[in-house]
Design a protein around this ligand. Structure first.
Ligand SMILES: Nc1ncnc2c1ncn2[C@@H]1O[C@H](COP(=O)(O)OP(=O)(O)OP(=O)(O)O)[C@@H](O)[C@H]1O
Ligand SMILES: [Mg+2]
Length: 335
């Protein structure tokens, strides 16, 4: 039986895993539903369906938070169930390649996998921006001056790569989740309606960032706080754009700070190559335009930007010449 090999991007919102056996990327909401006394009763998209709807004895939670592991036990339980469901062979002795976000300790991921009781053959790390660069089809070992901006759910990672290494990388606690919170907050203040996180996310996805556009509207259901009853509300694109302006500005400001600190020689390359926008929020209508306007640098269009990191891991797994871009933790090296 062939040894299983996985490339994991453990996102806060969505987990993406490449499997060498099936040569596919599997993705699911990174959520677990825990029932008192019973333990995990659902994971992934099924758990997300229960989110904000479950009775008090069921906890629906995210095992990851801000790019790092928040609950090691639940993350392990999720992975065991998720990996097992998507491949045929046994998981014992598997090989793992983990995308490591900036400022997150590599130990966190090796402990996570080694503690799963799978006798993993090895756990190798890849800097997340490096994996994203490969996922974009760039030969990061040769490319010079590439700027990547990964806007995920909890984090935004802004990096500059050159010749296979990371020149600068910054992880900020800003992403799609804060935008959802801002939308829910604005609707509560402005219309007196209480909406859940899922509805706020839907508004963000559907209406995007299109300032001043009143032609695009969406009907949502919330609780009218004055009446205490569920009711329908119509929300316009301009309102959503205004609600998430501050969060987008935080991202833009950080991009600018990194650009200001970039050595001029690399700056020239970045202008030539354009900025690569990845992560789920790269799908937000209007974000590319906003970045272009604020930096005067072209933003490249990317297909399935949320899968870039997992695609990069698949290249590392299948193309030998990229193995040098991986590393193991010190603890593993001593064992
Ligand atoms: N079409 C869309 N428009 C706007 N936002 C979107 C769209 N599609 C996905 N998103 C947002 O992208 C985010 C998820 O992206 P992604 O999968 O890259 O995050 P993650 O990797 O789980 O998080 P992190 O990298 O912070 O750990 C969510 O906030 C989601 O609402
Ligand atoms: Mg991510």
């Amino acid at each position: 039986m062939a040894i299983q090999c996985f490339g994991c991007d453990l996102g806060t919102n969505t987990i993406k895993v490449y499997s060498r056996e099936t040569d596919e990327i599997f993705s699911q909401k990174n959520m677990v539903a825990i029932e008192e006394k019973k333990g995990m009763i659902a994971y992934g998209d099924e758990a997300y369906d229960m989110y904000e709807k479950a009775p008090a004895n069921i906890d629906v939670l995210f095992p990851m938070s801000f790019g790092t592991v928040a609950s090691i036990t639940y993350m392990q339980e999720f992975l065991r169930a998720f990996l097992g469901a998507n491949v045929k062979g046994p998981l014992k002795g598997s090989e793992f390649y983990m995308a490591l976000p900036t400022d997150v300790q590599d130990r966190v991921f090796s402990t996570l996998i080694q503690g799963m009781g799978l006798k993993a053959k090895y756990v190798r790390m890849v800097d997340k921006p490096v994996a994203a660069g490969l996922g974009l089809g760039l030969d990061v070992t040769k490319a010079q001056g590439v700027m990547l901006v990964d806007v995920g759910a909890d984090t935004t990672e802004i990096s500059i790569l050159s010749l296979g290494g990371t020149v600068t990388s910054k992880l900020i606690k800003m992403g799609g989740n804060k935008m959802d919170e801002a939308i829910a907050g604005a609707i509560r203040r402005e219309f007196g309606y209480f909406i859940g996180g899922k509805t706020a996310e839907l508004l963000k996805r559907e209406l995007g960032y299109v300032p001043g556009s009143s032609d695009k509207k969406m009907e949502i259901c919330g609780r009218n706080m004055a009446l205490g009853l569920p009711a329908i509300l119509e929300v316009g694109g301009d309102f959503i754009a205004e609600s998430i302006e501050e969060q987008l500005k935080t991202i833009i400001d950080s991009i600018k700070v990194i650009l200001e600190r970039t050595p001029p020689e690399l700056g020239v390359d970045i202008i030539r190559n354009g900025i690569f926008l990845t992560g789920g929020v790269a799908n937000l209508t209007g974000l590319d335009e906003l970045i272009e306007k604020s930096t005067n640098i072209r933003v490249n269009q990317v297909e399935h930007p949320e899968e870039c990191v997992a695609r990069g891991l698949s290249r590392i797994i299948n193309e030998r010449e990229f193995r040098d871009l991986t590393f193991i933790t010190k603890e593993q090296a001593y064992n």
